[in-house]
Ligand binder design. Structure first.
Ligand SMILES: [Mg+2]
Length: 406
């Protein structure tokens, strides 16, 4: 342990504030260098062109602290900056046990909801160590690094508050665990895509309304999924197989879906989909989007017509959780490091089995049971819950465009 890390060593907190421009940090440390001080801690933030630079340094030897003050103030004045120098001892207080990251998505993020979040963090014994904006588009995403409270306690306190506060909040444990997340598994209907695929088929069969009623009951958890699947598929009997191609072309991706998948792939994640819909559509999506895994039910087609039956393993609520485990095993990723995203009651087992379960614009029954909920209609906002910043997304896109031109 160096001298500057012990709590009784005199230290100076040097803070400068003002209009940001090149050379400020170099200028301050050039000024400090004349006094042979060591840097204990340093933080710099730029907000709307204003810089706040804080340096915690050891007190200079030979009683030169007063001289340092005068010199730093003089330098700051010449740069039209405000300076503050506070004497004290040692380093920052040790942070409390338990590190979590609280990510807040606001659309907009109001001062009132920010106050509510901060007071709830305090209420469970948490201390906010750092606040950082991840994104300003398409939502305002802010990450709070919190110590002193358990992730579970924060999750419980903030999950119940998010609806009242009008924001989406995700709480994850900080540290290496999050960086190790390497598999994202998504539901398809009303998650990856805006449509319910069976309703697209039903429109061609002229039974859209009947199917939509059964779908709503199943997704709200009022009806057993497998029963509802068989009942709905039976209504499609006799439909010409050529509608498969039409339905594929009608599918509308959710805004942000391509950005989410492209960015995840670039970061080294494996990405899969599980669907209570049909392989006739998910196989196509897998191909188009470069997904690693896709599994769904298969519509039986005999002599160029849909028979009104499905074949193979049924992908229902339990099936989706089973597939998450299977994909994780194949990807070599522990279940605790997976992320699952879905909107329906048949996604709940999968959401709860994953390390992070995200209810995406979900039915209330799903929203209440999941780890976290996203209620803005942009799928790429899930990236912020994983700690990816908008700048990183855009920088990678620019890099890709450059690559294409080469
Ligand atoms: Mg769905």
């Amino acid at each position: 342990m160096s001298a500057s890390q012990t709590s009784d060593v005199p230290t100076l907190l040097v803070k400068i504030f003002g209009r940001d421009r090149p050379g400020l940090t170099a200028g301050l440390f050039d000024t400090l260098a004349a006094y042979s001080v060591d840097v204990v801690d340093i933080e710099q933030v730029v907000t709307r062109g204003r810089i706040t630079l804080c340096a915690l340094v050891t007190e200079p030897p030979h009683g030169l602290a007063g001289d340092l003050r005068v010199t730093v103030h003089g330098w700051a004045q010449s740069m039209k900056m405000q300076a503050e120098i506070i004497s004290g001892h040692g380093d920052n207080r040790p942070r409390g046990v338990g590190r979590s990251l609280v990510t807040v998505l606001g659309h907009p993020l109001t001062a009132e909801s920010t106050a509510g979040i901060a007071s709830r963090i305090t209420a469970v014994g948490g201390n906010i160590d750092r606040i950082f904006r991840l994104a300003k588009y398409p939502v305002t995403a802010v990450e709070f690094a919190v110590s002193g409270a358990s992730t579970e306690a924060l999750r419980t306190e903030l999950a119940t508050a998010s609806a009242a506060l009008g924001v989406d909040i995700a709480v994850v444990s900080a540290g290496l665990h999050r960086r190790a997340q390497r598999l994202v598994v998504m539901d398809v209907d009303s998650t990856l895509i805006q449509d319910e695929v069976i309703e697209l088929f039903a429109a061609h069969a002229g039974c859209e309304e009947q199917v939509a009623e059964v779908t709503a009951a199943a997704m709200g958890g009022e009806l057993d999924f497998e029963q509802s699947l068989h009942a709905r598929v039976a209504l499609l009997a006799g439909l010409d197989a050529s509608v498969v191609e039409k339905v594929r072309s009608e599918v509308r991706l959710t805004p942000g879906a391509r950005t989410l998948i492209r960015t995840l792939k670039r970061l080294g994640y494996q990405v899969g989909v599980v669907s209570g819909g049909f392989t006739q559509v998910t196989d196509d999506l897998k191909e188009r989007l470069g997904l690693d895994f896709a599994q769904a039910n298969t519509l039986e087609i005999v002599d160029g017509k849909l028979t009104g039956r499905v074949t193979g393993e049924i992908v229902d609520r339990a099936g989706k959780a089973r597939l998450l485990r299977r994909f994780a095993a194949e990807a070599g990723v522990p279940l605790s490091q997976t992320v699952a995203i879905g909107d329906g009651a048949n996604d709940l087992d999968m959401l709860n089995a994953a390390g992070l379960g995200v209810a995406f614009n979900a039915k209330p029954v799903v929203r209440e049971a999941a780890h976290t909920a996203v209620n803005v209609p942009f799928l790429d906002t899930v990236l912020y819950l994983l700690g990816v910043t908008r700048d990183e997304v855009e920088a990678a896109d620019i890099h890709d465009e450059d690559s294409v031109q080469v």
